[in-house]
Design a protein. Structure first.
Length: 477
């Protein structure tokens, strides 16, 4: 099959202090970033408004769609302020974690920014400082305090995180801060809202109700990082079905459920997302060493390449672009790995038929993908109103670009994270897919491959007033 050089696996980059100007945001997008993540665990709304403005302006200048993701903090439980920002812990130490204080005043008592007394049970593990200190609950001391016993020695510092892998939060994962951030986000230009520390599908349903109450049309990304979320394939699949996209949040997942399970869960989630036509994002330390170094390690290159081979829609950068020394170099390195891998390997096939709620989309897009391969097509054009057709086509993982055209700006931005999709906004007509293909060929965006006289396009379309997507056309341009 002739190849047009498009990056099919997308890049989601976190915007932070390392990218603190309009020019830096523009450079990231020009280098190949398809989506920008704003982490609501840090920063303020005034800065976020600037970031949104810069992202939209840069996307418009490049003539492309870019997704903006609001990543909610969730119940990320942290210590408060520790005396002198360092507190040594010995094996066997008994420590009080008290939510009624903000600063440490005496040895043996540490402030915590969440009332654990109402959630934990005796014997449940609590891991401090990314798992460096392992403890278990020994006693519920009061309405605001618990006692834990340390199982190893180490130290903690200000605001270090706690992980509670066995604790059931009973659906109480949206904090007052999250609710305020959702209300703020509903008045801003966010395409996705990412929900942290999901334990069950009901958590997603609750967030969707809240978003609708604020008239938000943002899609939901479910961050998979708790032990409860991955305790069974059935529970995991219910979360996938309830969400619009999945983020494999490998950092907290490794602490809560064990590092050894992460590669297997990642593979399962990529497959489940393809079966249900949902976007899958592989996150955390994809190129972590580039926070401080201008080149990735061999292991990081292999990690990104493996995500591409598995068929992930998106690979994400966190600290690398938020606070790292080499944000642009990191995006260039990631893009280089994606392009080489996709053009020198094949995506692993899913072992059984897709299972999304709309089997008609699956059948039509599967037929279109096979047709495109059989006739040596150069591009697939999707005419889509809601994005469902384009997502179903992306789930087939064709080895050629997908050009999606829609009349809805929000849909186009959301499709920026879908595999192989380049989304454009045009006024609706029965042939606006073909018209766009001609326009992109005339502009040089789509080029006739060497050895061919014409561009061959497979167009997936339909009549929006009747049956929706129901037509596959082949056109030479």
């Amino acid at each position: 099959m002739s190849k047009i050089l498009f990056k099919r696996t997308k890049i989601l980059a976190t915007i932070g202090p390392a990218v603190s100007s309009e020019e830096q945001v523009r450079e990231l997008i020009m280098e190949g970033v398809n989506g920008c993540r704003l982490n609501f665990s840090h920063g303020d709304n005034e800065t976020r408004d600037k970031h949104i403005e810069w992202i939209r302006k840069a996307a418009q200048e490049k003539g492309r769609s870019v997704a903006i993701v609001q990543d909610l903090q969730g119940p990320k439980i942290r210590l408060g302020l520790v005396k002198d920002n360092h507190y040594d812990i010995a094996e066997g130490d008994e420590i009080i974690l008290d939510a009624s204080i903000k600063e440490q005043e005496q040895d043996g008592i540490l402030p915590v920014q969440y009332n654990l007394a109402q959630k934990v049970k005796i014997g449940e593990p609590i891991y401090m400082f990314d798992g460096k200190i392992r403890t278990h609950v020994a006693e519920i001391v009061s309405d605001t305090a618990i006692k834990v016993v340390a199982e190893n020695k180490g130290f903690v510092m200000n605001n270090k995180g706690l992980n509670l892998p066995e604790t059931d939060f009973g659906g109480d994962i949206l904090t007052p801060k999250d609710l305020a951030d959702i209300e703020f986000g509903a008045t801003r230009d966010f395409d996705y809202v990412a929900l942290s520390f999901i334990q069950r599908a009901d958590d997603i349903h609750k967030l969707r109700e809240i978003l609708r109450s604020h008239n938000s049309d943002a899609k939901i990304i479910a961050k998979i990082e708790t032990k409860k979320a991955v305790e069974s394939d059935e529970a995991l699949e219910e979360i996938v079905k309830a969400s619009d996209a999945i983020m494999v949040a490998r950092g907290d997942m490794a602490v809560e459920a064990g590092a050894e399970i992460v590669p297997i869960i990642q593979r399962k989630l990529v497959t489940m997302c393809r079966e249900h036509s949902k976007v899958c994002i592989v996150a955390t330390q994809t190129m972590g060493s580039m926070v401080d170094n201008p080149e990735p390690t061999r292991a990081e290159v292999s990690d990104v390449a493996n995500a591409v081979i598995q068929g992930a829609d998106v690979v994400m950068l966190s600290d690398e672009t938020a606070v790292g020394k080499y944000p642009l170099e990191t995006v260039r390195a990631m893009k280089k790995v994606i392009l080489y891998t996709q053009n020198n390997s094949t995506i692993q096939p899913i072992p059984y038929d897709p299972q999304s709620d709309n089997r008609k989309y699956d059948a039509i897009t599967k037929a279109a993908a096979r047709m495109a391969e059989t006739i040596d097509a150069d591009v697939i054009i999707c005419q889509t109103a809601s994005g469902a057709t384009a997502n179903a086509m992306a789930a087939q993982r064709p080895n050629l670009p997908i050009i999606s055209v829609t009349g809805d700006v929000r849909v186009a931005n959301q499709l920026s994270l879908a595999y192989a999709n380049s989304a454009f906004v045009r006024p609706y007509s029965e042939d606006f897919g073909l018209e766009l293909a001609k326009e992109l060929k005339d502009s040089g965006y789509l080029q006739v491959p060497k050895g061919k006289k014409e561009l061959v396009a497979v167009i997936v379309a339909g009549n929006r007033d009747f049956c929706g997507t129901d037509t596959i056309k082949v056109r030479q341009i």
